[in-house]
Design a protein around this ligand. Structure first.
Ligand code: NAD
Length: 493
C-alpha cells in the first residue's frame, strides 16, 4: 500500500460512509495540530446531523445485509485476524500518524496503537470461535420445558473515542463489534483523525464489508447527535467524566445502554517493605507515561511517612532525568501534551497546587530546552494532603502528587477516598501482602508490582471512572442482546 496516511494529511472535507469518502453536508471544519511543532497538519469536517443520519443509515443497512448478517463465525474471526495482520504490516504509518497527531513517544504509539490492537483483534477472533451462540437450559425445579438462550448482536453501535491512545481505544470496541456481528458509526476524537482514516482503510483491506464501520468527524455536537440518533441502539464511550455524564443522560433519556470508560486519579501505594530500585522504573511506566495522559496511571503516590523523603527524592530525581523532546526521536521519554488548551489546564492545576500549599519537588514549568511544542516539565508535588484539589481531580498531564501515610489501613483508606476508581498499583516485596491490599482498593483494576492491561481480563471503572467493562469476554457481553426462546418438552441432548 502506498503511504496512505501521508496522503490523508492535509485538509479533508470527507467522512467515510458505506465504504466511500463522502463530503460533509456542512461547511464547519476543525484544525488538526501537531503538538510537537504547533504546526497545522490539516483539517477535518464537523459532521452535521445529516452526516450522522447518513452514516447511521449505512450502518443500519449493513446490519441486515446478508453478506454481514449471515457471515459465519469462522469468516468474522478471519476478518479479525486479517485486521491484526494489516495493523502489523502498516506499523510505521500508524506510528507516524499518531505521533504527529497526539505527540506520544514511539514506544507508546507503537505499543498502544499497533501491538495492543493486533493482540485484541486476535483475542476476539479466538474468543468468538469458542463461544457457543445458543445453549439449552432445562426448566428449573423439574418443570416441563426448556429455554434456548441465544446470543444476538445488539445492532448499530455509536462509538465515541478519545485521542490519547486512539487505536487502542478503537480496538476495545471494534473487536467485539466484529466478533458479534454488530455494525458501528465511529466519531473519533477531533485531535486524531488521520489514524482513524487509516483504520478505515485497514478494515477495508481486512475484508470488513462496506457499511459495517462508518466514520463521522466532529466534536461534542456531532457526538451528541450520534448518541441521540434513534437507530443507534448502544453507545460505547471513552473520554472525560464531563462528556460521559452528558452522554449517559442522553442515552438514559432514550433508554439505550451505554459503556463509559472515563477518567481516573488512581493510587500508587508504595508499601513500607517495597524495593525502591524496583519501583523507580514504574514512575515512567505506570505513573507518568505519555506525559501523564493515560487514564489508568497511578498519579497519586501514597508513601509511608517513615520513607517519605527517601522515596520522593528518588522519584524527583527520576522525573528530572527523563528525556523530554521530539517524540519521533527514539531516545525521547516524554513528549508534549496534546494541545495548548490542555497545557494551560495543567498549568492551572500546578498553580492550584502551589496555592494549596503543596511543595514542588521538581518541575512546575515549561522546559527551557523546547522552544516550540506544548511541552511541560514532569512535576512532582510533595507535602500533599488528599483533600487538596490536585489530589482529587484528574490533571491528565505529567504531574504526580505524593501523599504520606502512617499505616497500611490508612493507605487503603486514602486510596479509596476518591471520586474515581479506574486503576492503581501496589509496590511491595511480599506479593501476597500486596494482593491483599489490592483486593481492598475499590477500583476496576489494580496491579501488584506492575501495571499492564491483559486482553482477556475486563477493564473499566467504578464511581466517576465509569461503568461497563471492555476486554475479556465481559467486553463482548455488552454487544450481545441475549434472547430466551422458551419451549415445551425436554431440552435436546
Ligand atoms: P473528552 O470527553 O473531551 O472527548 C472524548 C470524545 O467525546 C471526543 O470524541 C469528543 O469529541 C466527544 N465528546 C465530548 N463531549 C461530548 C458530548 N457531550 N457528547 C458526545 N460526545 C462528546 O475527552 P478527551 O479530552 O478526548 O480525553 C481525555 C479523557 O478521557 C480523560 O478524562 C481520560 O482519563 C479519559 N480516558 C479514559 C480511558 C478509559 O479507558 N477509561 C481511556 C482514555 C482516556
Amino acid at each position: 500500500m502506498k503511504s496512505s496516511t501521508i496522503e490523508t494529511y492535509g485538509d479533508s472535507r470527507d467522512h467515510i460512509i458505506n465504504g466511500r469518502r463522502v463530503a460533509s453536508t456542512g461547511d464547519g471544519s476543525m484544525p488538526v495540530i501537531n503538538p510537537t511543532t504547533e504546526e497545522k497538519l490539516g483539517s477535518v469536517p464537523i459532521g452535521t446531523d445529516a452526516d450522522v443520519d447518513a452514516a447511521v443509515a449505512a450502518a443500519k443497512a449493513a446490519f441486515v445485509n446478508p453478506e454481514w448478517r449471515d457471515m459465519s463465525v469462522a469468516d468474522r474471526a478471519r476478518i479479525l485476524r486479517n485486521l491484526a495482520d494489516e495493523f502489523e504490516a502498516h506499523t510505521e504509518e500508524m506510528v507516524a500518524a499518531i505521533t504527529l497527531e497526539n505527540g506520544s513517544v514511539r514506544t507508546i504509539s507503537e505499543w498502544g496503537n499497533v501491538v495492543a490492537p493486533a493482540g485484541i483483534y486476535r483475542y476476539y477472533a479466538d474468543l468468538i470461535e469458542s463461544t457457543p451462540m445458543e445453549e439449552y437450559r432445562p426448566a428449573p425445579f423439574g418443570a416441563d420445558g426448556h429455554s434456548i438462550v441465544r446470543n444476538e448482536p445488539i445492532g448499530v453501535v455509536g462509538m465515541i473515542t478519545a485521542w490519547n491512545a486512539p487505536q487502542g481505544i478503537f480496538a476495545e470496541k471494534v473487536g467485539p463489534v466484529l466478533a458479534t456481528g454488530c455494525t458501528a458509526v465511529i466519531k473519533p476524537a477531533p485531535e486524531t483523525p488521520y489514524d482513524a482514516y487509516l483504520f478505515m482503510e485497514l478494515a477495508k483491506r481486512a475484508g470488513v464489508p462496506d457499511g459495517v464501520f462508518n466514520m463521522v468527524f466532529g466534536g461534542a455536537e456531532t457526538g451528541r447527535a450520534l448518541v441521540r440518533h434513534p437507530d443507534v441502539v448502544k453507545v460505547s464511550f471513552t473520554g472525560s467524566p464531563v462528556a460521559g455524564r452528558d452522554i449517559a443522560a442522553n442515552a438514559g433519556e432514550m433508554i439505550k445502554p451505554v459503556t463509559l470508560e472515563l477518567g481516573g486519579k488512581s493510587a500508587g501505594i508504595f508499601l513500607d517493605d517495597a524495593d525502591l530500585e524496583e519501583f523507580l522504573p514504574w514512575v515512567g511506566g505506570a505513573c507518568i507515561a505519555h506525559a501523564g495522559q493515560i487514564c489508568a496511571l497511578s498519579t497519586r503516590l501514597l508513601i509511608p511517612r517513615s520513607r517519605y523523603s527517601e522515596v520522593t527524592d528518588a522519584v524527583a530525581d527520576t522525573m528530572k532525568a527523563m528525556r523530554i523532546g521530539d517524540p519521533l526521536d527514539p531516545a525521547t521519554e516524554l513528549g508534549p501534551v496534546v494541545a495548548d488548551r490542555q497545557r494551560k489546564r495543567i498549568e492551572g492545576y500546578i498553580e492550584i497546587g502551589r496555592e494549596e500549599g503543596a511543595k514542588i519537588a521538581t518541575g512546575g514549568g515549561r522546559p527551557a530546552s523546547m522552544e516550540r511544542g506544548f511541552f511541560l516539565e514532569p512535576t512532582l508535588f510533595t507535602e500533599v494532603d488528599n483533600n487538596m484539589r490536585i489530589a482529587r481531580e484528574e490533571i491528565f498531564g505529567p504531574v504526580l502528587v505524593a501523599i504520606p501515610y502512617d499505616t497500611e489501613e490508612e493507605a487503603i483508606a486514602i486510596a479509596n477516598d476518591s471520586e474515581y476508581g479506574l486503576g492503581g498499583t501496589v509496590y511491595t516485596t511480599d506479593v501476597e501482602r500486596g494482593t491483599d491490599v489490592a483486593r481492598r482498593v475499590h477500583t476496576g483494576s489494580i496491579g501488584v508490582n506492575m501495571y499492564s492491561q491483559f486482553y482477556n481480563a475486563p477493564f473499566g471503572g467504578v464511581k466517576n471512572s465509569g461503568f461497563g467493562r471492555e476486554l475479556g469476554p465481559e467486553g463482548m457481553n455488552a454487544y450481545w442482546s441475549k434472547k430466551s426462546i422458551y419451549r415445551a418438552g425436554p431440552a435436546p441432548k
